[in-house]
Design a protein around this ligand. Structure first.
Ligand code: UP5
Ligand code: MG
Length: 192
């Protein structure tokens, strides 16, 4: 743990738990840089000439997880480009491959401050994402079929990562079923 290393807060929780919504609020209040792994992957998918476009889209639609080499390199590039030294890394690491790849590439270049875990029921999460889809999110995974798979992956792969950090005493768990403002009150406490 060095004071000079960039600080990282991993933001985890089920699909639709409110990670992006809360990160936007944290950025305003605490001046972190928000890097959503999902947003970076969608941007890469949409980049003309990307060698990974189809691979990324197929993982997103199926709710499965893109190989860490791709995600980690997008994150590292965005971190470098920002010139900042505190980051919210939203939606990553999601499985053991992600965790191992991060440790290997970034483990000794960053300091993981803590993991913010947004805890929310599957029903509430699904409802939020379906509503967002119906309102025209344009996300190819805001449909019932993809959402079921996203949740399966979350339970099968991502919970183990949260448990890994919990065993290290690094998890700050937030009840994400409340209103966005109520959730943010608890988030604020976690940062202060
Ligand atoms: N909303 C938010 N908070 C609310 C609240 N408290 N009460 C009521 N409504 C609330 O919110 C979702 C919706 O709910 C919005 O309409 C919001 O207004 C409302 P949001 O803040 O967007 O939640 P978030 O947790 O960010 O949901 P998101 O859908 O982004 O979560 P996912 O984790 O599923 O999506 P992500 O973009 O991270 O990943 C998508 C896919 O990319 C993955 O399935 C995977 O295939 C791939 N991926 C990788 O392979 N590797 C990675 O490292 C990351 C992603
Ligand atoms: Mg999100």
């Amino acid at each position: 743990m060095s004071a000079e290393l960039p600080n990282v807060v991993f933001v985890l929780g089920g699909p639709g738990a409110g990670k992006g919504t809360q990160c936007a609020k944290i950025v305003e209040k605490f001046q972190y840089v928000h890097l959503s792994a999902g947003d970076l992957l969608r941007e890469e998918r949409n980049t003309e000439g990307s060698a990974y476009g189809e691979l990324i889209e197929s993982h997103i639609r199926n709710g499965t997880i893109v190989p860490v080499e791709i995600t980690c390199s997008l994150l590292a590039t965005a971190m470098k480009k920002s010139g900042n030294n505190k980051f919210l890394i939203d939606g990553f690491p999601r499985n053991k491959d992600n965790l191992d790849g991060w440790q290997k590439e970034m483990g000794d270049k960053t300091n993981v401050q803590f993991v913010l875990f947004f805890d929310c029921s599957q029903e509430a999460c699904m409802e939020r994402c379906l509503q967002r889809g119906a309102a025209g999110s344009g996300r190819s995974d805001d449909n019932e079929e993809s959402l079921k798979k996203r949740f399966q992956t979350y339970v099968k792969d991502t919970m183990a990562i949260i448990e890994h950090y919990d065993a290290l005493g690094l998890v700050r768990k937030i009840d994400a079923s409340q209103s966005p403002d109520q959730v943010f009150e608890d988030v604020t406490k976690a940062f202060e």
